[in-house]
Design a protein around this ligand. Sequence first.
Ligand code: ADP
Ligand code: MG
Length: 625
Amino acid sequence: RDNAEKFEFQAEVSRLMDILVNSLYSNKDVFLRELISNASDALDKIRFLSLTDKEILGEGDNTKLEIQVKLDKEKKILSIRDRGIGMTKEDLIKNLGTIAKSGTSAFVEKMQTSGDLSLIGQFGVGFYSVYLVADYVEVISKHNDDKQHVWESKADGAFAISEDTWNEPLGRGTEIRLHLREEAGEYMEESKLKDLVKKYSEFINFPINLWASKGIDVEVPANEDESTDEEESSDSSSSDEEDAEKSEDEDGEKKPKTKTIKETTYDWELLNDVKAIWLRSPKDVTDEEYTKFYHSLAKDFGDDKPMAWSHFTAEGDVEFKAVLFVPPRAPHDLYGSYYNSHKSNMKLFVRRVFISDEFDDLLPKYLNFLMGLLDSDTLPLNVSREMLQQHNSLKTIKKKLIRKALDMIRKLAEEDPDEIHDKDKKEDAEKSGDEEDEKKGQYTKFWNEFGKSIKLGIIEDATNRNRLAKLLRFESTKSDGKLTSLDHYISRMKPGQKDIFYITGANKEQMEKSPFLERLKKKNYEVILFTDPVDEYLMHYLMDYEDKKFQNVSKEGLKLGKDSKDKELKESFKELTKWWKTALASENVEDVKISNRLDNSPCIVVTSKYGWSANMERIMQSQTL
Ligand code: ADP
Ligand code: MG
């Protein structure tokens, strides 16, 4: 085209497209889901803006916030059109090609190993999945602030943008035209599209219409010469009425015989039901529906079920409905850049209108692995996002969400018989039937995926520290390689034992051999074995639990019950300990003491109460090197 401007794709985007074009991945359906999700996002954006500026929607068809899917079988073009916010020329250049998102390289990397292509949407590059099925794609877009433009690319490293002087004006919004590849013939079938749109649009909050054919019976004169008119007018649903009138006229004159033939007419067919799942009563929503809803929120269409969910209504000064999910597995990089960028996975709605999924403060950082949605009737609709972000009710909402989230996790923990409990409970669990089996090991699975989040919570969230400590799991010298909890540790404490004993180290085997444990083991005390570097930090914050203090067994202050000989021994070895102290010099040791913590080893170096444990020194060293 004369007025086309050429651009090169950013390098990572280009690589991504190569991978998609050459992919042998068999499930190519993902592209439709991604396009519908983009259309829905664009509609959400314009609807949000229209809350404060009614003019923005325009008039006539422009006010219809909908998505249309249309098939042109002859030209092999599938188009998805929305009346969303649209894209300016600038937007087209930036969003579709020149600026790579952070997820681009992460996704490319994943695909080179053994990644699941259907997760593309989670990486923020879902649009490019169109090249799984199309070899040429046009994006026609009209934004209120610009003229209509066409973006086009054959995935050959470049794309072109032109001012649109030849297509029908869109009014506002975006139409994506996919010129389907030969092999993608299945998407030329209406029935396939219907199934897919139904499947993927179940939780889209805008109507999705398919330009669908319908076979109707039409009476035509038996004489073939006269039937040509009818065929031409067949592309409209009202044609059958006209036909009927005509044939009546003709009937009046000649009374020829008529015959009935099948004709195809086209009309928009609504494919989804836009009733929001969270507005329904939890008892009317099936597990399967929650699972599907989770998949659509998470842009994850694997077979995995979420580990748990909670659907509730908050009442009182702040009213809202919410659904929270524990995903089946941690997102990529949960404790790296993901954690630090503080991206919450909560969608905020106000009275059914989507407001934002980028509110930082709906959940604290450590709960960012949860996925969910909340719809508030209390928050105001007609204010900017910034104003809303500062609204007083948000604090209350956050508090309630945290409570519910921790409740949900606690319940998940209760249902796991795969931990070391007291003897009685273990037997109970073994007796239970099939239903329990499905839940078996759930919390252990949870712990392996998200345990670190609970620990970070204990560090960050003083208000809920005790609740979070209840959710803590660890191995101990008595847990037999399984996980156990503080409550169960306490239930096994020896009579007279005041403190909860723990030791930190790089690995279990090493710790089990540690001379620090000699005597404790011999006397049958249980010791918690902490191996995660974060555990060291954790124990700076977790001072006590249920009136019991924590005692690091490698630090001073270990008390193993009173021994009548202690005082006597201390007296008789006074000279020796004094001599040792001067012999070792004060730069090296703070003190030398008689101790009852050892069994075979003659002596041991312990850390002072407030000093760094040897393990902490090891961690700090590995961080600075
Ligand atoms: P994501 O949706 O995760 O941002 P995509 O690759 O699906 O990633 O889309 C890239 C960007 O292109 C979107 O963020 C949006 O800015 C823009 N975009 C895509 N489709 C549309 C559309 N139908 N209307 C408006 N903007 C769109
Ligand atoms: Mg998208």
